[in-house]
Design a protein around this ligand. Structure first.
Ligand code: GAP
Length: 511
């Protein structure tokens, strides 16, 4: 655990040192759970957005984009259920005065039991070596079975208490499991209370309820209220999707773990409108499509897993998370939800406007069902940054810190360097950049030894370094160094653009 904490600290410090992420308003000691993206962070973030948008909108004829306002009519949030039900159950430890989400405490307890099962399986693997059958082992080993039953029992109790808003029951479960505060170690808990996560503010100069508006806690509702606008103006036929990237705000009880859980964050969401009754087919389709999108980045297939929700949100009839192996362990990265016709029907009821689709093939009007894919951009950023940050020992015994980013997402695609600051080499290097800069983000670097300059580019994930030397002036070739292999090849300047494109284009990931 300690090792994992240390690694997260390394990621945070690397992010700050190289201009990826800074604490917000740091000169005033920062603001809890709020971060600013620096010069490289902004580039990486834009590239992640582009990767998502290309795969979701550009590559799907039946998905279009939207950019709705953050402020929405307050009734939106009454209709969506957020005013009444967007709550987290919170509990305080009386000794440490620390506040926790009650359901998270229980889930962390379950995770510990799961780790015990994994350890037992590892032991079995070692004991039986070649002849080990994991499925059979999990189905028969008494320790595994006992722990698996424990998990089911806890999950059932948690679901029942949360679904029935039985807050006393939630507290009793925490007590029965003897969960202690990670800070004080004590089991001296307050009652469990519900806490609404929406930020509210006043619009205009008139005080009172009528002017209370909310900062949107999800981008999805901007899509729902525009469903007919987009369908009609875009002549969209079901099944079709509307995608959006934008800010969302939640007054999280516990906001920690860097940019994993923030109070202001960005979401990339897509609502896919389908015929009622066909939602499960599309739910499975989008689960698979989204997992493939993640795996295409090459961060390691073993770092992803699905987690089916125990407690379904008030709008869903099926839901799963894609979890990623963050420095803190496996945690939710993306949600895929079958939201039924709940949202559109609620908006019909509260607005008094019909939000229906006429299906020419069925010759019938209906309120479509919705499959949603929803991913936090900042979490995706953390997943990529943490999985890419490596320390390597080189052949000569020295080490390097290298950010092995998927090349298409790298802030700079190429660094161009003159070997020396004289003999016309800087001018030649600048001329190469002038040619490449329309297609790629380039960096010019002439300071320090080539070795130091390579290390700097390693640390920010630049896939290619181009060295301009005296031979360049004779035969118009340059040395191109690959970040991963550190191998160098000689390439004609006229072929440089093509060499870079092959590695950094979105097609390499999505093709
Ligand atoms: N529209 C559905 C929705 O908002 P969610 O599971 O609450 O569902 C979707 O959020 C995704 O948004 C999460 O999987 C996560 O990646 C991201 N997210 C949610 N809360 C966040 C927070 N406080 N900070 C950063 N990302 C967050």
């Amino acid at each position: 655990m300690e090792q994992k904490d240390d690694f997260l600290k390394e990621v945070i410090s690397h992010a700050k040192e190289y201009g990826f992420v800074f604490p917000s308003s740091e000169i005033y000691d920062g603001l809890a759970a709020t971060y600013d993206y620096g010069q490289l962070g902004a580039e990486l973030k834009n590239n992640i957005k582009n990767y998502w948008w290309t795969s979701m909108v550009q590559m799907n004829e039946n998905i279009v984009g939207l950019d709705a306002a953050i402020f929405m009519h307050p009734t939106t949030w009454k209709a969506s259920g957020h005013v009444d039900a967007f709550n987290d159950p919170l509990i305080d430890n009386k000794d440490s005065k620390k506040r926790y989400r009650a359901d998270v405490l229980i889930e962390e307890h379950i995770e510990k039991i799961r780790q015990k099962i994994d350890k037992e399986v590892e032991k079995g693997k070692k004991r039986f070596a070649e002849g080990f059958d994991e499925t059979q082992f999990r189905a028969t080993n008494p320790n595994v079975l006992r722990n698996a039953t424990k998990i089911t029992e806890i999950e059932d109790r948690m679901r029942e208490t949360l679904e029935n808003n039985d807050l006393e029951g939630v507290k009793k479960l925490i007590e029965d499991l003897e969960i202690a505060c990670p800070v004080s170690g004590s089991k001296n808990w307050t009652e469990v209370r519900q806490f609404n996560l929406m930020f509210s503010t006043e619009m205009g100069s008139v005080a009172g309820d009528a002017s209370t508006i909310y900062l949107r806690p999800e981008t999805a509702q901007g899509i729902f209220v525009n469903f007919l606008n987009v369908q009609k103006s875009g002549r969209m036929k079901i099944p079709f999707g509307i995608a959006q990237i934008g800010k969302a705000f939640r007054n999280e009880i516990i906001a920690r773990q860097f940019i994993f859980r923030m109070r202001e964050f960005e979401q990339m969401e897509m609502q896919f409108f389908v015929r009622p009754g066909e939602e499960m087919k599309w739910y499975d389709y989008w689960k698979e499509y989204r997992l493939k999108w993640h795996k295409a980045l090459g961060l390691g297939d073993e770092n992803y897993r699905f987690h089916d929700h125990i407690k379904l949100a008030h709008y869903a009839n099926a839901a799963a998370d894609i979890e990623f192996n963050f420095p803190m362990g496996f945690k939710e990265l993306e949600g895929i939800h079958s939201r039924t016709d709940y949202d559109l029907k609620q908006h019909e009821q509260f607005s008094g406007k019909k939000l229906q689709y006429f299906d020419p093939e069925l010759n019938q009007n209906y309120v479509p069902y919705v499959i949603e894919t929803s991913i936090g951009l900042d979490r995706m950023f953390l997943a990529i940054l943490s999985a890419s940050l490596k320390k390597e020992v080189l052949e000569d015994g020295s080490d390097r810190t290298v950010l092995k980013l998927p090349a298409a997402l790298a802030p700079y695609k190429v660094a161009v360097m003159p070997l020396t600051k004289k003999d016309g080499l800087p001018e030649k290097a600048r001329a190469i950049i002038d040619d490449l800069k329309f297609d790629y983000n380039c960096q010019y670097d002439e300071k320090d030894s080539p070795g130091k300059r390579y290390r700097r580019q390693d640390a920010i994930g630049t896939p290619y370094c181009v060295m301009v030397d005296h031979q360049t002036l004779e035969d118009d070739t340059v040395t191109v160094r690959d970040i991963d292999t550190m191998e160098q090849i000689r390439v004609k300047v006229s072929e440089l653009n093509g060499v870079i494109r092959e590695r950094v284009s979105m097609k390499t990931l999505l093709g």
